[in-house]
Design a protein around this ligand. Sequence first.
Ligand SMILES: Cc1cc2nc3c(=O)[nH]c(=O)nc-3n(C[C@H](O)[C@H](O)[C@H](O)COP(=O)(O)OP(=O)(O)OC[C@H]3O[C@@H](n4cnc5c(N)ncnc54)[C@H](O)[C@@H]3O)c2cc1C
Length: 74
Amino acid sequence: MHKKRLIVIGGGAAGFFCAVNASRLNPALEVIILESSNKLLSKVKVSGGGRCNVTHACYSIADMIKNIPGALYF
Ligand SMILES: Cc1cc2nc3c(=O)[nH]c(=O)nc-3n(C[C@H](O)[C@H](O)[C@H](O)COP(=O)(O)OP(=O)(O)OC[C@H]3O[C@@H](n4cnc5c(N)ncnc54)[C@H](O)[C@@H]3O)c2cc1C
């Protein structure tokens, strides 16, 4: 039987979010990301000055800081 294939156009935050979640929901799916440039997630890397806030659903400063890669923990 042929494997079902999902082709995601664009290797940015939205494309990766879509690809990862589709793969989690259906592990049998073959997921391919097509990116036109030679850089993946380039905006994510520059966002927040390289310390992208990867969540907006935190309601305490301590939880928020844990979701900022490179942030100092106190
Ligand atoms: C300076 C800066 C700071 C930011 N800081 C934050 C922050 O702190 N926290 C936060 O949550 N967000 C931040 N953002 C916003 C966040 O980075 C963007 O909202 C997010 O990256 C957008 O993701 P996207 O996948 O929609 O688009 P993009 O990141 O633009 O990805 C689209 C991808 O598709 C590719 N593509 C386009 N057309 C084609 C095609 N025809 N075929 C194949 N590939 C194609 C592009 O090359 C690109 O890689 C920041 C953005 C910038 C610019």
